[in-house]
Design a protein around this ligand. Structure first.
Ligand code: GTQ
Ligand code: FE2
Length: 357
């Protein structure tokens, strides 16, 4: 192939394209962006949101935005400036504020959702007629097309993280949304029913179908999760993540949701993990303590209340520089969706850790 040939080819491709358009065909053009890159190229940006900035904004949201029956939730969306919408290419994370006496009215949607309680406690969510009381550090699931509404009868504003696989659902043109016929569902099942039946993770109803058709467990309380993490601290440390556990479907050991994975981890004082990269995106919420994550050679220092979203295929490693304080991170990732589709891929850094700028 020489230069003249290339020019001739480019000309031929342009001419062909013009004639093809009306038949809904195309041929690749020399200036088209490359389709098959050697490795993932993402428009997403790695972003750190500071909890300190968020506090005042949440107070404004509470004061200035009302919660209308049948309307949108009152949320501060974590927007990724590299993307047209959403926090990552697959999911949207938002921080929801609910004030004493408020009801977030019933609806359902095809997007899978969960809540992780950031501040306060006592609000209830009803999921397909089953009511849960939500407290700080709890994880509560709302799988796709299950009816849900929230109610809060407390004294102080309550704040939680919502994550929905909206971008994934939208990219697959599979959006359904349905408002409820009443503001709230009837609570017509035993409260905490799924947690009572399956919540121990070790014992369950002997008559339950096997395999169970979907994860029957909707709530993962903080006390359970932190207790499990404390037990795991007695194991060998994970070289990337120190002490880490994922939230699981107790009936099959798989991820708690079909598209999104949730994990809780503890970085002990002095921990400096190895660097790795993987396909798919993830978001960390700092539950406790402080530390840093080096992403693509840049160091992001974080502390309790911060969020950090990491771009697909960026090298990243965690550290806790404190001499005495544990750091606790809650994580959401899209690894279950990536794995189910055969797109999950990961690598450890050849030098163990990155050079920082
Ligand atoms: O609480 O049902 O952040 O439907 C976005 C969409 C929360 C919810 C969000 C929702 C909800
Ligand atoms: Fe919802």
């Amino acid at each position: 192939m020489n230069r003249t040939h290339d020019m001739h080819d480019a000309q031929a491709r342009r001419a062909l394209q013009a004639d093809l358009a009306k038949f809904n065909y195309r041929v690749h053009q020399p200036d088209d962006p490359p389709l098959f890159t050697r490795a993932p190229v993402s428009d997403m940006q790695t972003v750190l949101w500071r909890g300190d900035d968020m506090q005042a904004l949440l107070a404004r949201l509470g004061a200035e935005i009302s919660l209308e029956p049948g309307g949108q939730r009152r949320t501060l969306r974590l927007h990724n400036p590299g993307l047209p919408f959403g926090t990552t290419p697959t999911f949207w994370a938002s921080v929801q504020v609910i004030l004493p006496g408020e009801v977030a009215t019933a609806h359902r949607h095809s997007a899978n959702a969960f809540r992780f309680i950031m501040k306060g406690g006592g609000a209830t969510t009803t999921v397909d007629g089953e009511r849960y009381t939500m407290n700080e550090g709890d994880l509560v699931l709302t799988p796709g097309m299950m009816w849900h509404d929230h109610e809060y009868q407390g004294d102080e504003p309550m704040v939680w993280l919502d994550v929905l696989d909206i971008s994934l659902m939208r990219s697959m043109h599979a959006t359904f949304f349905e408002p409820g016929s009443a503001a709230q569902q009837a609570v017509d099942r035993i409260p905490d029913r799924s947690a009572r039946a399956f919540g121990s993770g070790l014992m369950g109803p002997p008559g339950a179908p096997r395999p169970y058709p979907h994860n029957p467990l909707l709530a993962y309380p903080q006390t359970m999760a932190r207790g499990a993490l404390q037990q795991a601290a007695g194991l060998d440390p994970d070289p990337f993540d120190d002490v880490i556990l994922e939230y699981r479907d107790p009936t099959n050991g798989g991820p708690a949701m079909r598209t999104m994975g949730m994990q809780l981890q503890e970085l002990r004082p002095g921990f400096h993990g190895l660097a790795r990269r993987h396909t798919g995106s993830k978001l960390y919420y700092v539950v406790q303590g402080e530390g840093a994550t080096v992403v693509a050679g840049l160091r992001y220092d974080w502390r309790a209340g911060d969020f950090l979203a990491i771009r697909p295929w960026d090298w990243h490693e965690h550290l806790n520089g404190s001499a005495s304080q544990d750091a606790v991170l809650f994580q959401v990732n899209d690894a279950p969706a990536m794995r189910a589709l055969g797109f999950y891929n990961h690598e450890s850094h050849p030098s163990g850790q990155q050079q920082t700028a």
